[in-house]
Design a protein around this ligand. Structure first.
Ligand code: SAH
Length: 397
């Protein structure tokens, strides 16, 4: 059951000097340890944020459960969240009309990146997929406005909600199943950069496909040629974009289920791609040892560092994959290497790839230093909104 009350009664939350400094620096979160008082503030309430001296710092959504207690929505006083919510959804849609090119699949709302903390909406052709990850966005009146606005502006055949049970538990929200919240249709076909993909709204990882890589697929295709290997290929995002430019393409993933959909996607685009179910580490070790060579290699592993304490292990993982891939590339070949771990900074990642090139004695030129697609906007002062790194490199000799 969604919360009964809209976050409209405006209570006050007082924050520490450290919290206030964070906001002054442009960040939009205040951690619970920096909340000085929040007397009687309910779950998901709209709150006026004040510093220790009582000076107003703006308006935020409050969570009684999350470590991130305060998520700012405005530097001004906002008496009622719902009109602002409507406006922000409209702005998010207008922004996509400008930046989401050559695709009928893109992120429509990206939480803090669209000044709507806790709300994620993806469009897949005629379907929308929705994720709600905090108390304020889960309130019934808020949900109602979100659904109404999306329906009016985008006219989807159906809207699915994807639920991450762990997130709901952490936010102390009542459990809820993933499912359709509107309409009856749950599968469709999307087209990005001229490549088609099957989409199932109620299956797959994340909200179904990796929309954040959309522009990187197109960029990678520009350099791809010869024999190509797509490591951690999932449902074939990179592999299918490389195929028109390469003599043959092999996709590798540890998930048989993902590869079955990848094969369906290949058929949909009339491409022949070899799919191998394997552990990327084992396969690359064996292939490198046996002297196998490629002209184009993509590395797009899952987030190895789910938290800061896994950073060292994550860096070792990236090093191993990049080292072997660099070893296997023919002179003139292209490496497209990605990291979606927020905790691995762009500098860390470039460092690992640089060390790998040194260790295998290859001369490598950086052609493109890329991030997530523009429909996943990043806020300059909120580093958490930037997580994807994609380097495209030329291995000279
Ligand atoms: N490149 C994909 C997204 C990759 S997501 C795209 O653009 O759509 C990461 C993928 O890595 C997932 O499909 C997951 O099944 C796979 N994976 C995770 N661990 C792996 C491992 N050790 N070996 C091979 N694949 C792995």
């Amino acid at each position: 059951m969604p919360l009964e009350h809209p976050p409209s009664s405006i209570a006050t939350v007082k924050i520490s000097r450290r919290g206030a400094d964070r906001l002054k620096n442009g960040h939009v979160w205040v951690y619970r340890s920096d909340v000085v008082s929040a007397d009687g503030v309910g779950p998901g309430a709209l709150v006026s944020v004040r510093d220790e001296r009582g000076k107003p710092m703006g308006t935020a959504l409050y969570s009684t459960a999350s470590q991130i207690a305060v998520r700012m929505i405005s530097r001004d006083t906002v008496p009622d969240f719902l009109p602002l919510l409507r406006q922000r959804i409209m702005d998010a849609i207008t922004y996509r009309e400008r930046v989401a090119k050559d695709s009928d699949a893109y992120r429509v709302v990206f939480s803090e990146g669209d000044f709507l903390p806790g709300l994620i909406v993806d469009r897949y052709h005629d379907l929308l997929s929705l994720q709600i990850v905090n108390q304020a966005m889960d309130a019934k009146p808020v949900r109602d406005v979100v659904l109404t606005e999306l329906t009016e502006k985008l006219k989807p055949a159906a809207i699915a909600e994807r639920v991450d049970a762990r997130v709901r538990e952490l936010e102390q929200l009542p459990s809820r199943d993933s499912g359709l919240v509107q309409g009856e249709k749950s599968s469709t076909v999307i087209t990005m950069n001229g490549v088609k993909f099957h989409y199932e709204a109620l299956e797959g990882q994340k909200t179904g496909a990796f929309l954040d890589q959309r522009e990187n697929y197109a960029a990678a295709a520009q350099y791809a040629r010869g024999e190509a290997l797509d490591v951690c290929c999932y449902q074939g995002g990179f592999a299918l974009h490389l195929a028109p430019h390469c003599s043959n393409v092999t996709g590798v993933d540890s998930s048989l289920n993902a590869l079955q959909i990848a094969e369906k996607n290949a058929a949909l685009n009339r491409r022949e791609i070899e799919w191998i179910e394997a552990n990327a580490f084992d396969l690359l070790r064996d292939y490198a040892a046996s002297g196998k060579q490629y002209d184009t290699i993509v590395l797009d592993p899952p987030a190895f560092a789910k938290s800061k304490k896994h950073l060292e292990t994550a860096l070792r993982g990236y090093k191993e994959l990049n080292l072997r891939a660099l070893k296997m590339l023919r002179p003139g070949g292209t490496l497209i290497t990605c990291s979606c771990s927020f905790h691995v900074s762009p500098t860390d990642f470039l460092g690992v790839v640089t060390d790998s090139a040194r260790d295998v004695h290859r001369a490598v030129r950086l052609l493109e230093n890329r991030g997530q697609a523009k429909d996943h906007p990043t806020l300059l002062q909120v580093p958490e909104t930037a997580y994807l790194k994609c380097l495209i490199m030329n291995v000279s000799y």
